[in-house]
Design a protein around this ligand. Structure first.
Ligand code: SF4
Length: 345
């Protein structure tokens, strides 16, 4: 598959990138480990939010060796707030695997990188091109959007086959400055060729963009709507005893695996079913948390216990909850309510 517009956009994009790229911490290095960490963090999180996490992560875990050795609890704590914890667990799995094979750095080729846990075509392409200069594409959502517009493709970019086609199309043209070229496409997608209001008037490849010529830039790319997320009603029990709150560890598979949670249930709240003695119950506001495939609607109840239950809860103060335990964002909504009652109690 050949396309002259793609061929012709390489030089203007490289020039534009050189003069306009944002100064980001992971752009000051070609250390494959740091590039990998940044790419994994950026998969589901915006650049601005990633910067402080990235700096802290690299400060605390500066190498593959360090990542293979750090305790899971500390690792999850450093990731707390970024969500999608399977990303960082896979990173540690990957580090352990490499170290056990006596390899102390990431492999340098796209195909070898692809074999590692948690590394898909995009991440493999990004590391191989940015850190090692391999001439291979790295197609993320930004790149899919830019290319669909440049070639005015009406194919559904949620379809894996379409993504593969775009990877292969770009592979035909990747210049020797492969890392910069891939990043220039990502940067254009993030700052100029943005989803709903592309800034075509300042776009360096406007004259090569077929969507612009056909006035289809607002229609493209075609993206099939995500399947309906499952809506779940949750009751959250905030058992409060002598300034401490009951938490427990989630099971080690499934959503939010191995993180901490407040006891909860998918049944509605029934005062008579609380198996512990208590003096009063306060309702929290309703909270909603959206995951990729689920939406949780959470009703919280702060239950002031008069005796410590025998169940195997962990009892943590609010400070400990914030500093020592990986409490997912979905449960953090309740911390404000708990701080309020702490102030009045
Ligand atoms: S001209 Fe507009 S639609 Fe085309 S690549 Fe540039 S910003 Fe995107």
């Amino acid at each position: 598959m050949k396309n002259k517009n793609i061929e012709q956009m390489i030089d203007p994009l490289l020039d534009w990138y050189k003069n306009n790229k944002r100064d980001l911490p992971w752009r000051q290095t070609i250390d494959p480990y740091q590039i990998w960490v940044s790419e994994i963090m950026l998969q589901q999180t915006k650049v601005e939010a990633v910067i402080p996490y990235f700096k802290k992560f690299i400060e605390n875990i500066p190498s593959l060796d360090a990542l293979s050795q750090i305790e899971e609890e500390r690792l999850l704590k450093l990731w707390e707030g970024l969500g999608y914890y399977s990303r960082v667990k896979n990173m540690q799995k990957c580090a352990k695997q490499l170290i056990s094979e006596d390899l102390h750095s990431l492999p340098s080729s796209y195909l070898e990188l692809l074999k590692l846990p948690g590394i898909g075509p995009y991440t493999a392409g990004a590391i191989a091109s940015i850190a090692f200069g391999e001439r291979v594409s790295a197609v993320d959502g930004n790149v899919l959007r830019v290319i669909s517009r440049v070639i005015a493709s009406h194919k559904n970019i949620s379809d894996a086959k379409v993504k593969k086609e775009i990877e292969l199309l770009l592979n035909e043209y990747i210049p020797k400055e492969s890392g910069d070229f891939n990043q220039s496409l990502m940067e254009l997608g993030a700052t100029i060729c943005i989803p709903s209001h592309p800034r075509c008037n300042i776009c360096p490849i406007q004259n090569l963009c077929i969507a612009y010529q056909k006035k289809e830039m607002y229609l493209l790319p075609i993206k099939e709507k995500r399947k309906t997320q499952k809506e779940i009603e949750m009751t959250i029990f905030l058992f409060y005893y002598k300034g401490k709150i009951a938490i427990k560890k989630r099971k080690n598979t499934g959503i939010l695996a191995s993180l901490f949670e407040f006891p909860n249930s998918q049944n509605s709240f029934d005062l008579n079913k609380i198996p512990y003695s208590f003096e009063k119950v306060l309702k929290t506001p309703l909270y909603k948390h959206i995951f990729t495939h689920q939406i949780w609607h959470m009703k919280g109840f702060i239950i002031f216990l008069t005796e410590k239950p025998k169940d195997s809860f962990i009892w943590a103060s609010l400070e400990q909850l914030e500093n020592n335990y990986s409490l997912p964002t979905a449960f953090k909504y309740f911390l404000n309510d708990l701080y309020k009652i702490k102030r009045v109690s």
